[in-house]
Design a protein around this ligand. Structure first.
Ligand SMILES: [Zn+2]
Length: 74
């Protein structure tokens, strides 16, 4: 009986660990795949460089040529 209980505890622990790993990897892939970022997207009118900046700024300086650009509205 003691061995049965031990096996039950072992199997339950392994299954719980697998569930945690599966949940964790699902959350990670959801976080990184569609990129639901609120960052503003900018496209430089001078050199065409596309970049992002914080959502709280309306204008951002191009890191390639230094021109100020308006955020792209989707
Ligand atoms: Zn530029």
């Amino acid at each position: 009986m003691a061995a049965d209980a031990l096996i039950l505890v072992y199997v339950t622990t392994v299954l719980a660990a697998l569930a945690v790993v599966a949940l964790y990897s699902t959350m990670r892939s959801r976080k990184f795949e569609p990129t639901p970022s609120k960052d503003h997207v900018f496209r430089c009118a001078k050199c065409g460089f596309v970049y992002t900046d914080d959502p709280d700024v309306d204008r951002s300086r191009c890191s390639q040529c230094g021109k100020m650009n308006e955020a792209i509205k989707f």
